[in-house]
Design a protein around this ligand. Structure first.
Ligand code: MRU
Length: 337
């Protein structure tokens, strides 16, 4: 994987030999973004199968269960992690599989399918999302939802990329996305490469631009969406949605159906990861820490945007509009047919 902690300064590919190293890489955010975490965990499971000393299928299944537990615990909010691990466990526990070597190969195939499908799904979402956009739109985008956050192409950023390829000349106001700066570091890095016009803004400038009448749309991704359309996404998304609604700017989440958790009725049931306060406090300006020594901080990594603030949810099965509690499950079921 690409070590995303080093970008944009350094592009370095890293590899891992064991599933617990993969779990650690997810926790440390070497790789991040819900779909990318899912595909990574799937390969972590395949790695667990290939490194397990098991000589019998029953033993291999026990090792896969242990790997699943470790990988799923790496980050709690992104449902894609659980979704991908569960797909791998379905293969591992398939009663028809009774040969250890064949099972290892089947698990690697499944991980590759999850990765390949992600690219295809992103491109379908991008086509639906770009279909909503007019020539010359200015879009506010939060966090990083591009090729880095997925296997390739991207969700919300994938929509912008598709609109750019269609010659619609989008301009992106890139929320820098404190505290880890996925916008300023990663989204800007991607947009540079695609040749898409952009400017970085501080997160707290978004309201100013939304009230200027010059922003046409807000596009974000999601780490988990409840059955009623409430969206868990990078911290700050909720405030962005409030400001968008106050200024009648359309707010769309771009979300593969694997990110929808139909088992959760409402967003307040989604677990929110709270990360190390050091991510907030360890900020230096001109080599000096900005916070006083001993300062305390809180660091929730995600927030919940209530569905009432969301104009539409772009999925690989089309754009879903309210009432989400009826239309979202329909879009999810379409992928399960
Ligand atoms: O903490 P991160 O960087 O993993 O958070 C990522 C996001 O919030 C993205 O918006 C989300 O995963 C969707 S990305 C396709």
């Amino acid at each position: 994987m690409i070590d995303q902690r080093l970008l944009p300064g350094e592009y370095r590919e890293v590899s891992f030999d064991s599933y617990d190293q993969v779990a650690d890489a997810i926790q440390q955010m070497v790789v991040r973004g819900a779909p990318a975490i899912g595909a990574t965990a799937a390969f972590g499971m395949a790695l667990a199968a290939h490194t397990s000393p098991a000589g019998e299928v029953v033993e291999l299944r026990d090792d896969m269960a242990a790997a699943a537990e470790t990988l799923q615990a790496a980050r709690p909010t992104a449902i894609n992690l659980t979704w991908a691990v569960e797909r791998m466990l379905q293969v591992a526990n398939n009663p028809v599989m009774d040969d250890v070597r064949e099972l290892r190969a089947a698990l690697l195939d499944q991980a590759q399918s999850i990765a390949d499908e992600d690219v295809e799904i992103n491109k379908r979402m991008a086509a639906y999302g770009a279909g909503l956009m007019q020539e010359g739109e200015t879009v506010i985008h939060h966090c990083n939802t591009g090729a880095l956050a997925t296997v390739d192409w991207g969700t919300a950023l994938g929509v912008i990329r598709m609109a750019h390829e269609q010659g619609k000349n989008p301009h992106v106001l890139v929320d820098e996305t404190r505290p880890r700066l996925q916008g300023a570091r990663l989204t800007a890095w991607e947009l540079e490469q695609y040749g898409i016009s952009y400017e970085i803004i501080t997160d707290n400038a978004a309201g100013f631009f939304l009230s200027s009448g010059k922003v046409n749309r807000v596009l974000v991704g999601a780490d988990r969406v409840a059955a009623n359309g409430d969206v868990a996404n990078k911290i700050g998304t909720y405030m962005l949605a409030l400001a968008a609604r106050d200024n009648q700017v359309p707010f769309f989440a771009v979300v593969p159906t694997s990110t929808v958790d139909l088992l959760l009725v409402k967003g307040d049931q989604i677990p929110i990861e709270e990360r190390d306060p050091g991510e907030v406090l360890d900020l230096e300006v001109k080599g000096e820490p900005v916070a006083p020594a001993g300062a305390l901080a809180r660091n929730p990594a995600f927030d919940i945007t209530p569905h009432r603030l969301i104009t539409g949810i772009v999925t690989e099965n089309g754009v879903v509009y309210p009432p989400f509690e009826i239309n979202l499950p329909k879009a999810v079921m379409e992928s399960q047919r």
